[in-house]
Design a protein around this ligand. Structure first.
Ligand SMILES: [Zn+2]
Length: 76
């Protein structure tokens, strides 16, 4: 489903994998697609659109905190 090339490409909304590299293969924390974050929690997926600000999570394997910063809200 997801390409191995997770590098973000400017101008595209191709899904980018949000990974923790504490395991092999890396542990998937979620995916980012433009301003949408897709999170899998237990048996369901959450699709959070128009994300602004920061999202943080803690890797369930190693306990490392990961943060994605979408920047601050700008008006106008
Ligand atoms: Zn980890």
């Amino acid at each position: 489903m997801f390409a191995d090339d997770a590098a973000p490409r400017a101008g595209t909304a191709a899904p980018r994998r949000w990974l923790c590299h504490c395991t092999t293969p890396p542990l998937l924390l979620g995916t980012v697609e433009g301003g949408t974050v897709n999170l899998k929690m237990r048996d369901r997926y959450y699709h959070i659109e128009a994300v602004q600000g920061r999202i943080s999570t803690i890797c369930p394997k190693c306990g490392h905190q990961h943060t994605i910063d979408f920047g601050t809200v700008t008006s106008g």
